[in-house]
Design a protein around this ligand. Structure first.
Ligand code: IPM
Ligand code: MN
Length: 372
């Protein structure tokens, strides 16, 4: 298969983790005889610095002319602490999602058997957790009208949803549940919000078309607690934009690190694949950023094009790296951990030569542990 992939590394650790994902995709192309072309463009704070625009026209044009987008991360502290900034890096990502019609953001969360002790949650509570979060991505409070009065003493953000916006992602969530454990949990705040009541009504209607899938409802405050108390009860979680943003960061604690969580944003002609973590500016250039979320996002990209075997090869290599504890400091018991690049090297090598690499890297790894 030939794929043109737009690469938007963005800010902070974005470029270094994305580089590892590209390396892994190149290994897959070699192994399976595909042609993947990569073209890079600016987005986020770096794009503001260079062009004044967080999503330059050139970047949007490149994305539109590509088959898929591999996205790094955006954000910079100089904007976070400046409420008066008129232009912000995040606007680049939001505009991209909106422009490309990427209304469904899929975030898989699982507890890796080899990492159970890395989560602050009790092993017996998280073992076996496997959740797919379907977060609506182009509506709700993120995109509703924003207001600030003249003397800057009153502000509001409108949370607005249409029936159609709810319907399209709901169908995707139910279809996904059919090939999983056949359960959808709608997370909302229907006891307070009118928009949530519309979600409930529309989702209930659509559920009639999927009688083989069980549907239940949870208020978001309760869902936040249930995710920690008993995450195994969830299969597919369906929710609106803001709630999905919050509970997916929370759910990352189950896996042991936010550095593991990948995502796919789909719905339009072109899909966007990105780690859910942010730009972690403090970690930039130190080799401590976990590249796995970006690498697994690349696996989701392949899955999106029906390249199942290729995606599994990446997932197996990631599993192997975790099993052998070839991990960055966020997951390592050894303070130094292994660098971003080394983790990428291992995964790349394991894809190219599963047997050899296993032995070589185990030795290297053991060597490092004994020195420490
Ligand atoms: C995410 C991020 C973004 C969001 C930010 C960077 C705009 O937190 O993808 O989860 O809030 O959607
Ligand atoms: Mn987020």
């Amino acid at each position: 298969m030939k794929l043109n992939i737009a690469v938007l590394p963005g800010d902070g650790i974005g470029p270094e983790v994305t580089q590892q994902a590209i390396k892994v995709l190149k290994a897959i192309a070699t192994e399976f005889d595909h042609t993947f072309n990569f073209r890079t463009a600016l987005v986020g704070a770096i794009a503001i610095d260079e062009t004044g625009n967080p999503l330059p026209e050139e970047t949007l044009d490149l994305c539109k002319a590509s088959d898929a987008i591999l996205f790094g991360a955006i954000g910079d502290p100089k904007y976070d602490n400046d409420p008066s900034a008129k232009v912000r890096p995040e606007q680049g990502l939001l505009a991209l999602r909106k422009n490309l019609g990427l209304y469904a953001n899929i975030r898989p969360v699982k507890a890796y058997e080899t990492l159970l002790d890395r989560s602050p949650l009790k092993e017996e509570n998280i073992r076996g957790t496997n959740i797919s979060i379907y977060r609506e991505l182009t509506g709700g409070i993120y995109f509703g009208e924003k207001k600030l009065n003249k003397d800057e003493t009153e502000a509001s953000d409108l949370c607005i949803y249409t029936k159609e916006e709810i319907e399209r992602i709901t169908h995707l969530a139910f279809k996904a549940a059919r090939s999983r454990r056949k359960k959808v949990t709608l997370v909302d705040k229907a006891n307070v919000l009118e928009s949530s009541r519309l979600w409930r009504k529309v989702v209930k209607e659509i559920a009639l078309e999927y009688k083989d899938v069980e549907l239940d409802f949870l208020f978001v405050d309760n869902a936040a607690m249930q995710l920690i108390l008993n995450p195994k009860q969830f299969d597919v979680i369906l929710t609106e934009n803001m709630f999905g943003d919050i509970i997916s960061d929370e759910a990352s604690v189950i896996g042991g690190s936010i550095g593991l969580l990948a995502s796919a944003s789909i719905g339009g002609k072109i899909g966007l694949f990105e780690p859910i973590h942010g730009s972690f500016p403090q970690g930039k250039g130190k080799g401590i950023a976990n590249p796995i979320a970006s690498i697994l996002s690349a696996a989701m990209l392949l899955e999106h094009f029906g390249l199942h075997e290729e995606a599994s090869r990446i997932e197996d290599a990631v599993d192997k790296s975790l099993e052998l504890k070839i991990t960055t400091p966020d997951l390592s018991k050894v303070k130094e951990g292994i660098t971003t690049e080394k983790v990428g090297d291992f995964i790349e090598d394991y894809i190219l030569n599963p047997e050899d690499t296993n032995i070589n890297f185990t030795n290297i790894h053991l060597g490092q542990s004994t020195i420490i």
